[in-house]
Write a protein that binds this ligand. Structure first.
Ligand SMILES: *Cc1c(COP(=O)(O)O)cnc(C)c1O
Length: 403
């Protein structure tokens, strides 16, 4: 998060993220005898406990930031238990989490995550990019993983079904539904993903590796989807590629690249200029970036925009007939990531990479940067965190307990 360059060490800037998470709209739990806070069914900003870290870390060299290497001094956590529902939200020094060795997350990967960036704008304001979309996706992941849902429905169902089935339960360790859960938010600074301009990557497309399948959980951001891909990523690197192109089905449909959605810009077989990406049919992760690039394209109205299946055969043919214009991944981390080569069935398919200034991916990147860094005034996708906090009733805003 570039925002953290300025904001991470100011405790007042730690609050807005919590406000976003706890706007009081939909974070009910099933608790009937909640002991902390003022409302038994919600965790709220007004219940926030703030414990500032006594000893702050040395600031990292901002020229050499690596994603996932540095973290800010504080974290937010909210505990949930079946009997008490959501507990008191707390911002305190970042710390290790202590777990019983039988914790479900360690055995059954009962876990979900979200990733969001905050941008430190040219005007000094800090903006989140479409945070509502990440929160919605987190709720769908919570349902799929049986972790407590923020709107309480799932937590409620879990609570009730546990009671109904109570007598049939074995020892705690053999039950698969969680008794306890922890929601936490950690933040860290990241530099630009491509500091020296877009760097095209090469992909391994090997149909023997499958990331997701119909009826599976590929559309949810849960840890269990990612562990099995690390081995395949290593295989790609062994074969001189940088990322994996995930295929599906006997016809080798193109679904995702690494942990990004995939987009192809080409002249289709009917001679039309078209941006195409795999459909949201349960196989792919519904990316916020994907959604945003599709929305921009439809707004521009300059070429056809399609969410439909396409195959490696279609790609090979388009390259052969010189109809393929560009091929790129998209996601929060890099925004866009052009592809220059695909290793498929032992052959290298050379993908054209237009000049960044002239390319569609470059245009997407510039357009999103203008929004996220606040160069476009008042764009609805860029949520100013100071304005966000202003939407919280004053009675809730001033009640932060600082110890
Ligand atoms: C997170 C993710 C994406 C991209 O989603 P964004 O919301 O755009 O960051 C795409 N595919 C997978 C598998 C992902 O985990």
């Amino acid at each position: 998060m570039q925002a953290l360059r300025k904001a991470s060490f100011r405790s007042d800037k730690l609050q807005p993220v919590l406000v976003q998470l706890t706007d009081g709209r939909s974070y009910a739990s099933a608790a009937t005898h909640f002991s902390g806070g003022s409302d038994p069914r919600h965790f709220k900003h007004q219940d926030l406990e703030l414990h500032s870290s006594k000893k702050l870390q040395k600031k990292p060299d901002f020229g050499k930031l690596i994603f996932g290497r540095h973290f800010s001094d504080h974290m937010l956590d909210v505990a949930w238990s079946e009997s008490h529902g959501w507990g008191v939200p707390r911002i305190g020094p970042i710390r290790n989490i202590e777990l019983h060795p039988a914790a479900k997350v360690l055995h059954y990967a009962l876990e979900l995550f979200e990733g969001m960036k905050a941008y430190y704008g040219d005007d000094g304001k800090v903006r989140l990019f479409r945070p509502d979309q990440n929160m919605e996706r987190m709720q769908t992941s919570a349902k799929r993983t049986s972790l407590p849902d923020f709107d309480g429905k799932r937590a409620h169902a879990l609570h009730r079904s546990a009671h109904r089935r109570g007598p049939q339960l074995g020892p705690a360790e053999s039950r698969q539904q969680p008794y306890e859960a922890l929601l936490y938010v950690i933040t860290g600074p990241v530099g630009p993903y491509f500091p020296t301009g877009l760097k095209p990557v090469s992909l391994l497309a090997d149909p023997q590796h499958v990331r997701s399948w119909p009826g599976g959980a590929g559309a949810y951001k849960m840890g269990s989807n990612y562990a099995p891909t690390i081995h395949v990523q290593k295989e790609a690197e062994k074969q001189g590629c940088q990322q994996v192109l995930w295929l599906h089905g006997d016809d080798h449909q193109v679904t995702e690249v690494g942990t990004m959605n995939v987009m192809v810009f080409w002249i289709n077989e009917n001679g039309e200029k078209e941006l195409v990406t795999a459909p949201l049919d349960g196989l792919i992760l519904p990316g916020v970036t994907r959604n945003s690039l599709l929305a921009l394209s439809r707004e521009w109205g300059e070429f056809k925009v399609s969410e439909r299946n396409f195959t490696m055969g279609d790609i090979e043919k388009a390259v052969e007939q010189k109809r393929l214009i560009e091929f790129f991944g998209c996601g929060t981390a890099c925004v866009v990531c052009p592809v220059h080569n695909i290793l498929y069935a032992g052959r290298n398919i050379k993908i054209p990479v237009p000049n960044e200034k002239a390319s569609l991916s470059g245009r997407f990147l510039r357009t999103l940067n203008d929004i996220t860094y606040g160069r476009v005034r008042g764009h609805p996708w860029a949520v100013d965190i100071d304005e966000l906090i202003a939407t919280v009733p004053v009675s809730e805003r001033i009640a932060v307990k600082s110890r």
